[in-house]
Ligand binder design. Structure first.
Ligand SMILES: Nc1nc2c(c(=O)[nH]1)N[C@@H](CN(C=O)c1ccc(C(=O)N[C@@H](CCC(=O)O)C(=O)O)cc1)CN2
Length: 294
């Protein structure tokens, strides 16, 4: 058996095509959705992701603004940039690219974002709304990677209700909010959130109908950990240098042999990463649509 590929590139492209129509409708009402990014330092991964976000915006017709601070920026510099973004009339939504360089308190910086401009759903107010399960008028943006994972499963008709989900990794951008999202009414999965101190990780993963690996440990998840037919989403990514060519290479958390056991598998790269970007665009468009209703 070879797993069906959960193709993030194709699905993200479908979503972008859908968003283009909604953006055109917004523009016809005089609303131009916009996104700003705040990047501190020159982490190569973060630079790639931020550049990708601006390319996506241009592709679908969202305005974008890039604020880059050097690695030497102090926490006061970052706070000042956040204050400017909060006060700017032109910027309706923005993100702080994570991780911030060592020495900056990420949670403290996220807390300074105006929650109504939080395009990433990572401000405590928006995470709190996720905890409270608030829907409807007050609907807040969902963190992009968890939203992308659920959207990818939905678009491939992978059943979620009543299924056992094991999430490997409890980080802020993926594991923690994903557990909340999967257990929301309507999705109704049973979630086990595992981490570095979990006893018998392989045993936990073996019970799962859906496995999400988001730790950044190359090939941690082995084929004999997977229940035959399970859906496996490979999220964690590690940049490794090929000792022969010296070139950088991306390696996911899931061993390639998993493809012969799983029912569905999101590759890495080209799986959840592009979905993360598509969900950011979707958050920006939804916020603009809500501003029209307000
Ligand atoms: N403020 C945020 N910071 C971070 C988030 C986030 O959602 N908000 N998530 C990740 C990084 N990320 C988005 O910012 C992200 C990760 C991966 C991709 C992606 O398209 N990856 C490609 C591979 C590209 C490459 O690395 O060369 C793929 O998987 O095919 C996009 C965005 C942490 N920080």
């Amino acid at each position: 058996m070879t797993a069906i590929t959960l193709d993030g590139v194709k699905t993200a492209s479908d979503i972008k095509a859908e968003l283009r129509g909604r953006i055109a409708a917004l523009r016809s009402h005089g609303v131009v959705p916009g996104l700003a990014t705040l990047l501190v330092g020159n982490d190569p991964g973060s630079e790639t992701y931020v550049a990708g976000k601006h390319r996506d915006c241009a592709e679908v017709g969202i305005g974008s603004l890039r604020i880059d601070l050097p690695g030497s920026a102090t926490s006061a510099d970052v706070r000042a940039a956040i204050k400017d973004l909060n006060n700017s009339r032109e910027v309706t939504g923005y993100i702080i690219q994570l991780p911030l360089p060592v020495g900056h308190n990420e949670n403290a910086m996220l807390e300074l974002i105006d929650p109504s401009k939080d395009a990433d759903g990572l401000h405590p107010t928006n995470l709190g709304r996720l905890v409270l399960g608030i829907e409807g008028e007050l609907r807040s943006p969902l963190p992009c990677t968890p939203a992308g994972i659920v959207e990818l499963l939905r678009r491939y008709d992978v059943p979620i209700v009543g299924k056992k989900v094991v999430v490997v990794g409890r980080g802020l951008t993926v594991g923690r909010p994903l557990g909340l999202l999967f257990t929301r009414k309507g999705l109704d999965a049973t979630v086990t959130l595992t981490h570095s101190r979990t006893v018998d990780l392989a045993g936990e993963v073996r019970r799962a109908d859906i496995v999400v690996a988001a730790v950044g440990v190359p090939h941690l998840i082995q084929a004999d950990w997977i229940k035959p037919g399970a859906a496996v989403l490979d999220v964690g990514i590690t940049r490794v240098q090929d000792p022969l060519t010296g070139k950088g290479r991306l390696t996911g958390d899931v061993h390639p042999d998993v493809a012969s056991v799983a029912g569905h598998l999101s590759p890495n790269p080209r799986g959840v990463g592009p979905m993360t970007r598509a969900m950011l665009l979707s958050n920006v468009v939804k916020a603009a649509e809500q501003s029209l209703l307000a």
